[in-house]
Design a protein around this ligand. Structure first.
Ligand code: TYD
Ligand code: MG
Length: 453
């Protein structure tokens, strides 16, 4: 037997250290270095290694390489398929991360039950009866889904060989351990080793593997960063604890775009796919309220209408407060400075609070104009017509700048029944005769004049 060897890993970033130290010199975290037992690796010359255990591959001209179309398995869950770029690619390894209780197990169980292929759902976190209870809540009884509660990868592979599943689901990578090394489950070396085994399995048998991963306090997937490099797709399941909406994003996707987004609502009987997100993100109100503006934004290729709310009030203390939920605070400061300088609004003595409803956060700069409109509306206490929506970036000189995919945004706003679409006059709009009135503006002052005239 090879002699056992121990080494020291930072539990935060996965860096290996030769001895225990108080602070990891890479991520600067304190008290994260833990000793782990690993088995001494056989030292092997790369030449011998490469020629003995696999067949020698010859370099090929890129023109001669044959492309085999990726075979994809549809999960029958539209949002999930879209985020993946059209279904699960055979032999791919997908890692799903998210906060505890956000619904990772629910999502993957729902997918395991929904898929028409044979799925093996391996859980190291819950008992069979717990999973059964959850499955009953989801009211989706499928006989093709097999449940296994096991944490040892060798045992899992034995079962896999027995049942020969089309898709393997693992809940979660942090509970697995392999017999080849002695470290405890969840440690850096176990995660690295077990995921390497699963990835090898996926590639050799063309069976897709869906892994659930815990996240650490910074929101990254717990374990070595290398895990995210090794897998093909990294999905993040996020949402606000106080809202029922959950957003599924791809942070990395070797088979599709990372700009797609899936939206779900957590209900008593599982996750419901939200196919028309704009409707849920806009609060229904009876009276016209000031401080509200509708923005047309894009998440991936999907246009999304969101509601921006602002509250401007007189600052009680010396320094005015600025707070923002779902919108970059630095950008809010910038927009306020632009308003102050270019449009002469004295916001310096006012508190400004900004909120994107629905608990989602938006990076798209096209919502700048709606942010400004909401702030102005609250400041003046004049409501904006609820049939008006905005889409434009605002520059430092107070100019209204063009944005991408303008046609798509106009069509979406038209479809949802908006009457006026305010955007930059520098956009190249190709939509012919839209039913919606497109109002083109070039400067902040013009917006102000048209809205509150
Ligand atoms: P879970 O999938 O266990 O989260 P994770 O695996 O990410 O830790 O989700 C747990 C939460 O979801 C729990 O607070 C209850 C809620 N839930 C529902 O609201 N409806 C449902 O149908 C299910 C199964 C769970
Ligand atoms: Mg879970």
């Amino acid at each position: 037997m090879a002699k056992t060897k121990t080494t020291f890993f930072c539990q935060n970033c996965g860096t290996q250290h030769s001895q225990w130290v108080g602070q990891c010199h890479v991520c600067k975290e304190w008290n994260t270095i833990v000793e782990e037992v690993i088995q001494k690796e056989e030292k092997r010359n790369w030449k011998q290694g490469s020629s003995t255990d696999r067949k020698v591959r010859k370099p090929q001209r890129i023109a001669d390489i044959q492309i085999n179309a990726e075979e994809r398995i549809s999960t029958l869950n539209n949002e999930f398929d879209t985020v993946l770029g059209g279904g699960i690619v055979k032999g791919s390894v997908i890692l799903l991360g998210g906060e505890p209780g956000i619904g990772k197990s629910t999502l993957l169980l729902q997918i395991a039950l929904g898929i028409t292929k044979k799925v093996l759902y391996v859980s190291g976190e819950e008992s069979e009866s717990q999973i059964k209870m959850r499955a009953e809540r989801l009211s989706n009884s499928d006989t093709n889904c097999l449940i296994l509660t096991e944490t040892n990868t060798q045992q899992i592979f034995t079962s896999v060989a027995d049942v020969n599943p089309d898709v393997l689901v693992i809940d979660s990578i942090q509970t697995l351990h392999t017999s080849t090394i002695e470290a405890t489950p969840g440690s850096i070396s176990q995660i690295r080793e077990t995921s390497a085994e699963l990835i090898k399995f996926a590639k050799e048998t063309a069976t897709p593997v869906l892994l659930i991963g815990h996240i650490n306090k910074e929101g990254h997937i717990a374990g070595p960063k290398i895990l995210e490099h090794m897998v093909d797709v990294v999905l993040q399941f996020e949402g606000d604890r106080n809202h029922n909406y959950r957003i599924l994003r791809a942070h990395k996707n070797r088979f599709g775009s990372t700009s797609e987004l899936g939206i779900y609502e957590m209900l008593g009987n599982g996750l419901r796919e939200i196919t028309n997100p704009s409707e849920i993100l806009i609060s229904k109100k009876d009276a016209d309220l000031s401080g509200i503006a509708i923005a047309s934004t894009l998440e991936g290729i999907r246009p999304l209408m969101i509601e921006v709310q602002a509250l401007v009030s007189t600052a009680v203390y010396g320094t005015p407060q600025r707070s923002s939920t779902g919108f970059n605070l630095k950008r809010l400061h910038m927009l306020l400075a632009v308003l102050e300088k270019r449009a002469g609004f004295k916001l310096g003595a006012k508190d400004v609070f900004l909120n994107i409803t629905g608990g989602i956060s938006i990076d798209d700069t096209a919502i700048d104009l709606a942010v400004i409109a909401a702030i102005l509306s609250s400041n003046k206490d004049v409501a904006i017509n609820p049939n008006v929506c905005f889409a434009a970036e605002v520059g430092l000189a107070g100019e209204i700048r063009p944005i991408s995919k303008i046609d798509q945004r106009i069509l979406e706003a038209e479809k949802l029944g908006y009457k006026t679409f305010v955007t930059s006059k520098y956009n190249k709009i190709t939509v012919q005769n839209p039913k919606i009135r497109v109002l083109l503006v070039g400067k902040i002052e013009e917006v102000f004049a048209t809205l509150f005239a």
